[in-house]
Design a protein around this ligand. Sequence first.
Ligand code: CA2
Length: 144
Amino acid sequence: MNVLYLFGPNLGALGSRDPQTYGSETLAEIMSEVEQRAADAGHVVTWRQSNHEGELVDWLLAARDDGIEAIVVNPGALSHYSYALRDAIEACGLPVIEVHMSNIAAREPFRHSSVVSAVCRGTISGLGAAGYHLALEAIPWITT
Ligand code: CA2
């Protein structure tokens, strides 16, 4: 499977601050491990991070034409308010898994709801970087 991992605002700064919430690994380190595991499982992973909502929307809408078969997304704080991202996820025509490294239900009230969850096939929250690996494990279940 061709799987696209998308990361929203601030996730490019992983590893530089707040290790008690998000761990100490950089996004590049996390994704290097995901890519290795993906290769072992016969998947091809590509990943992109942007601090800009519109760029994420563009990538979601182009994914199917680019040959992507499933998407794993951590929209960052956009999860809590971006109807544009929600619409793009719904419109992209691909199964999408939402991942949050922290347990958003256990944090500040504004993080408790995600406006994209309802248009994703499933959500993984609170398991740190393991969530990205677990999403990969779920791909065969949501693409057949
Ligand atoms: O738990 C998650 O994965 C989040 O999507 C992470 C977002 C946050 O706004 C969501 O509520 C939950 C933010 C990630 C920011 O990460 C940083 C890491 C290091 C330095 C600065 C930001």
